[in-house]
Unconditional design. Structure first.
Length: 147
């Protein structure tokens, strides 16, 4: 959604661009405005919508409620951390194409040079661990906002 707004050069996209390019969190008010605008589009409002990975904090959930963005249903995927870790450890990164493959679920095509495939860097694994910890710290507060 953010990338789409940036590529379309919308006012919100212009506001988000520097944060996005610097790999910083785009401010919540911009993200909420993008979501609100998107779900107002007839094709989205008529067919429904899914937010994946959002909200991430209680504050974001409260902003959504204030803006009137309330889902009819929620799906919580409760995946054990060891399953996530195994999945991540089976990822391979193609240094030529920047495509990420998974050993079991999305293996590289036969024409891909195996020498171009490397394990996911350890700093990526650390980021995943930090995201899981952040998720676990915030989940209860987010759920409570929508009860």
């Amino acid at each position: 959604l953010i990338k789409e707004a940036i590529d379309s050069k919308t006012a919100l996209g212009v506001q988000a661009e520097s944060y996005y390019n610097e790999r910083h969190m785009v401010p919540d008010n911009i993200v909420i405005s993008l979501i609100f605008k998107k779900i107002q589009e007839p094709t989205v409002s008529n067919r429904g919508w899914i937010l994946q990975g959002y909200p991430k904090t209680r504050e974001q959930a409260l902003l959504m409620k204030r803006k009137g963005i309330i889902a009819d249903s929620f799906i919580l995927l409760d995946i054990p951390e060891e399953v996530i870790n195994k999945y991540v450890l089976d990822l391979k990164y193609d240094t030529t194409t920047s495509i990420v493959y998974h050993k079991e679920y999305s293996p590289p095509p036969s024409h891909v040079n195996q020498e171009d495939l490397i394990d996911i860097p350890s700093e990526f694994l650390t980021r995943i661990k930090n995201k899981i910890e952040f998720y676990n710290r915030n989940l209860t507060n987010i759920i409570n906002c929508f009860k």
